[in-house]
Design a protein around this ligand. Sequence first.
Ligand SMILES: Cc1ncc(COP(=O)(O)O)c(C=O)c1O
Length: 464
Amino acid sequence: MTGSLVGEQLFSSPEVESHLNTLVSDIQKFSEKIETVRPPSPDLQEKAQKTVDQIGQNRGRPLFYPYVGTGIGRGCYVEVNDGSVKMDLINGIGINIMGHSHPRVLKASIKGAMNDVVMQGNLEPNMEYSDLAGELIQLAQKNSRLRHCWITTSGSMANENALKMARQKNTPANMILALEGAFAGRTTMMAEITDNPGNKIGLPDYNEVLRVPYCNKFADMCRTRCGKEKALSRLKEHVANHEGKIAAFVFEPMIGEGGYRVACRDYFIPMLEFCREKEIAVWADEIQTFARTGNFFAYETLGFGEYVDLCTVAKTIQNGATLYTEEYNPQPGLIAGTFAGSSSSLAAGYEILKILQEGYMGPQGKIQQIHDKFVSMLNSLNETSCKGLLQDAGGLGLMVAVTPLDGSKDKMIQLLKVLYKNGLMTFGCGKGPFRLRFLLPAIMTEQDIERAGEIIEKSILELA
Ligand SMILES: Cc1ncc(COP(=O)(O)O)c(C=O)c1O
């Protein structure tokens, strides 16, 4: 009988709801005090530096930024324990798509925390687990054959599960086709798929990965001479040399750590067709692209959803997840694990998916508007005060990058530090040229974009 469950009574109680609303609005009062960028306070700096040093000491190497958040922010802005407020345009590398202290995300996560358990287990999931997986499947199945979802606590683990599903279905094939410039995560096998020797110093080579060149153009210029013929012929060569031994083709629909270059649909389709013909699993790693390219899935933005057998997501949903077709549904015993996710993060992930369905997606959606304004701000700086010092601005949706200064690693790192000093946090990607990349929050306003432009301009001119 509805209402007879005590849990249902708790989560639908008007009294509890009213406490929650009061709590969130009390937190908002603090959040509203975070107005805009401000410099560190001299009286807080020494203590703050000690915490930063302690973290470095604990980890055995320093933090990249002297950043320890105080636990409060507002939209793009976040307070740091040295008293400064930064504009955060990297969001913990893509975690906080709704920015800081978003009232609905906050409320969902507090409500999630009302659960009997902090962490839900795969043996004993609660409702939040079901809600998040259900919503992801709803979204995924609109434009693909994906029908199942397995939640994890990281993107790397979602990728590991996808890899196992591909290998099990296509056993004994073990090899993987992966892109040049790929990033796949930090487990042993994901470090192998990642095309960056710096991420696997001292690790053995398993020789299970075959490289396919990515498109070699920046921004939206990929349509001509992007190298798609070369990519297809390399892929075919690999398949011919390893017939029956390749389990999957894994790729980021838009390369992330590798430099935020956008490949067009024509780059992908012939390769995906060929993989389908050869029964090689098509695995889209959307851990970074998910919810950012103007559609929930970049395979929708690029129009190749019908080919996808496996798709991995994370970051935005506050958890990781592997989505898979009926065919790739693994046998019992292949994937499991203790943690299903924290009650708070599962609830917040679900709420974020709900918010994102309220005018953020599509060609006229908020994400595309932010993209257009941000890229045009960068281009206008490149044409005026920062002439030629911010080149090839582009990307997809909330993933935007630009080649700053001379494109060298040194200059890019120096620029990150100067931007931080001037109040803007972001990060790099690519190598040769090294790019400045932004994971823009979906709640960015026009005023925020203007403010970002001022800081970028000031910082570039300091270094030019
Ligand atoms: C494309 C891609 N794949 C995999 C990962 C790994 O995810 P996680 O860091 O959550 O393990 C990332 C993280 O940045 C990523 O961008």
